[in-house]
Write a protein that binds this ligand. Structure first.
Ligand code: FES
Length: 122
């Protein structure tokens, strides 16, 4: 059901783990499937210098969190807020329609981590 790019990302995920003393933490869950994703970020001069994820979820959730963390490293916070689940899915060259909702978790977790950072650094 998944394309090769998704399966590769799932088999070799990047940025797995939790950043110690993270500047921002975002935790989101999907009430329907029960999957949970946590993203931690490090921020310097408004730029995301590191991002890691921990996902208790399906293949699509793990592949999209891996991609999303790779994509936001090096972005400004405003750029990272523009990252949509569609862009993550595009990077993965598509997800099965019934798995599209999984990619929303990655977008939401990044947004929450940025909100968390901003709420502490005003
Ligand atoms: Fe729950 Fe994919 S089925 S995130």
């Amino acid at each position: 059901m998944y394309n090769n790019k998704v399966l590769e990302e799932f088999a070799n995920p990047q940025n797995v783990g939790v950043i110690e003393n993270a500047d921002g933490v975002g935790v989101v869950g999907n009430a329907t499937c029960g999957d949970i994703m946590k993203i931690t970020i490090k921020v310097e001069n408004d730029i995301i210098t590191d991002a890691k994820f921990q996902t208790f979820g399906c293949t699509a959730a793990i592949a999209t969190s891996s991609c999303a963390t790779k994509m936001v490293i090096g972005m400004t916070l405003d750029q990272a807020l523009q990252l949509t689940n569609e862009k993550v899915v595009e990077y993965l060259e598509g997800l099965p329609p019934q798995k599209l909702h999984c990619s929303v978790l990655a977008e939401e977790a990044i947004k929450k981590a940025i909100e968390d950072y901003r709420s502490k650094h005003q």
